[in-house]
Design a protein around this ligand. Structure first.
Ligand code: HEC
Length: 111
């Protein structure tokens, strides 16, 4: 019985994270965003901040969800340039439905 409860709990905790990573994979966000990167890792030319880096930057900030949704919808340029030590630009992601973008942003802010 206890074993089953542990399994159920593990599933409950990890499922949303897996679902959201897959969701972000569906829209090819993961071409440029990893879940996590080691400090000082060499990034690909177009690679953006990892989801964990984004979370660290915005978690707990007022209006963060709106700001991130805006960046996805309209694109974003050089917000991360200084931190990543290169020019950074993301084009507007127009193909992603608002509800999926919202789900991804919500998930990022829990990381
Ligand atoms: C071609 C590469 C590329 C793709 C594909 C891409 N991004 Fe990005 N993304 C970036 C870069 C580079 C930045 C940093 C932009 C900046 O510095 O302003 C970024 C920034 C972000 C940010 C942070 C914005 C901010 O204001 O700090 C979020 C959130 C984000 N991307 C989510 C997504 C999601 C969700 C998708 C898929 C729908 C996606 N990205 C697809 C390259 C990409």
């Amino acid at each position: 019985m206890r074993y089953i409860m542990v399994l159920a709990l593990a599933g409950f905790i990890s499922a949303p994270a897996v679902a959201s990573m897959e969701l972000s994979d569906n829209y090819e966000c993961t071409d440029c965003h990893k879940l996590d990167v080691k400090a000082g890792a060499v990034r690909k030319k177009k690679e953006g901040p990892s989801y964990k880096e984004i979370a660290k930057e915005y978690k707990g900030k007022k209006g963060a969800d709106k700001q991130l949704l805006d960046a996805i919808k309209k694109g974003s340029k050089d917000v991360w340039a200084k931190k990543l030590g290169k020019k950074t630009e993301m084009e507007a992601e127009e193909d992603i439905p608002a509800k999926d973008a919202e789900a991804i942003v919500k998930w990022i802010l829990t990381l």
